[in-house]
Write a protein that binds this ligand. Structure first.
Ligand code: ZN
Length: 375
């Protein structure tokens, strides 16, 4: 039984000693003690540690940096977190403790082994060389190696999007979005939008011949986001590198043809689909790191699933109303693709009905200032 055992009391005593030493130390550090005071503190700690046996002698005879590592080891404090804490409180202390000391600790495999309190401190009788070899405790934690794909396409970054608190997120907004264009239907879709004077957002698959359509989309006040270059799910979701390669090709075409650098995108198949389970979170993290924002939807009229005019109208009406009920804006998924006449077929009556809705919806286009919507 652990409670009441000799081992328990030993650990209890060590924990109390730990608190007596560490608390004043951290306080001294965090109150910005000057260098002389730090030296004094380090000397005091050395003297204290030296009195606690072989394990501590070893640490006390080493560099002051090692001493701190010995403390962390002994008192069960996570190395990375401890250095992070020191760094946040007073970066100069890290310098005082040794050149190589750097904050961050997730690269150290020991860091996942959180050992709160002193109850799991190394046994005093344990062999110092096997339980805490000096060359292990003296190594500062290394930051993890960044994934190789972070170095791909060094120009593929955007900035200037709104900060989160400034996002547009009004519940009375409706965003019409069209995926997969341009197509033979783009001109007709644009004509309806112009007729009703409402903006929309096109997540495009640009091609050799898309220049005219893309420029007309922008010239008429709509937004363009990246959808894909190939729209080949199996290919683009085979790895983060494959996704970036496809994205870059589409992004470059849009830029070459319009001079516009999109800051938004929509995942082919949406952010959660049957093809991207293995790479989804890595792709999202990487695209977010590069400054891009992605948008899913919360209204799907199933225009490419052969829905009837009546069904599409009913779906739009019901899902927009449900979003309004929940205090949410609506992002409507539609398509601009060859063979997608169904979309054109329903568009004018749908927009007209939404315009005339007593909720006085506003129509917006999506850019980096709009709060992203994620499935
Ligand atoms: Zn698509």
């Amino acid at each position: 039984m652990y409670l009441g055992s000799v081992r328990f009391f030993k650990h209890l005593i060590l924990t109390i000693v730990a608190l007596l030493i560490i608390v004043p130390t951290v306080i001294a550090v965090s109150t910005g003690a000057d260098n002389a005071a730090k030296e004094d503190e380090i000397s005091r700690l050395k003297a204290l540690v030296a009195s606690y046996g072989k394990f501590y002698e070893e640490a006390a005879n080493g560099a002051s940096e090692e001493l701190y590592y010995a403390y962390m080891e002994f008192f069960g404090i996570d190395k990375g977190k401890f250095f992070q804490l020191l760094y946040e409180k007073d970066p100069s202390l890290l310098g005082a403790l040794g050149e190589g000391a750097t904050p961050g600790g997730s690269g150290d495999p020991d860091d996942s082994d959180a050992r709160p309190g002193g109850s799991t401190a190394p046994d005093m009788t344990a062999d110092i060389n096997s339980s805490a070899p000096k060359n292990t405790v003296s190594e500062p934690p290394e930051p993890p190696e960044p994934p190789a794909y972070e170095a791909l396409f060094p120009d593929l970054y955007v900035d200037g999007r709104a900060d989160e608190p400034d996002y547009i997120d009004d519940s009375d907004y409706i965003y019409l979005t069209f995926d997969d264009g341009p197509s033979v239907n783009t001109a007709e879709i644009l004509s309806y939008l112009k007729y009703f004077d409402v903006p929309a957002t096109f997540f495009v698959i640009p091609g050799e011949n898309s220049q005219k359509s893309l420029n007309r989309i922008l010239d008429e006040g709509h937004a363009i986001g990246v959808h894909s270059a190939t729209h080949d799910y199996a290919e683009i979701y085979s790895s983060v590198e494959a996704f970036l390669t496809d994205f870059k090709a589409a992004y470059d075409l849009i830029y070459e043809q319009t001079g516009h650098k999109p800051e938004i995108f929509r995942f082919p198949g949406g952010s959660i689909n049957d093809f991207n389970g293995a790479v989804r979170s890595d792709i999202i993290a990487e695209m977010t790191r590069r400054g891009f924002a992605y948008f899913d939807w919360n209204v799907d009229i199933k225009d490419i699933n052969g829905a009837s005019w009546d069904a599409m109208m009913k779906t739009a009406r019901a899902q927009v109303a449900a979003n309004t009920e929940m205090g949410q804006r609506s992002i409507i998924l539609m398509h601009d693709r060859n063979g997608g006449e169904n979309t054109v077929y329903v568009l004018d009556e749908m927009i007209e009905e939404l315009i005339n809705n007593p909720n006085n919806y506003k129509f917006g286009k999506i850019d980096g200032n709009v709060r992203p919507m994620h499935h």
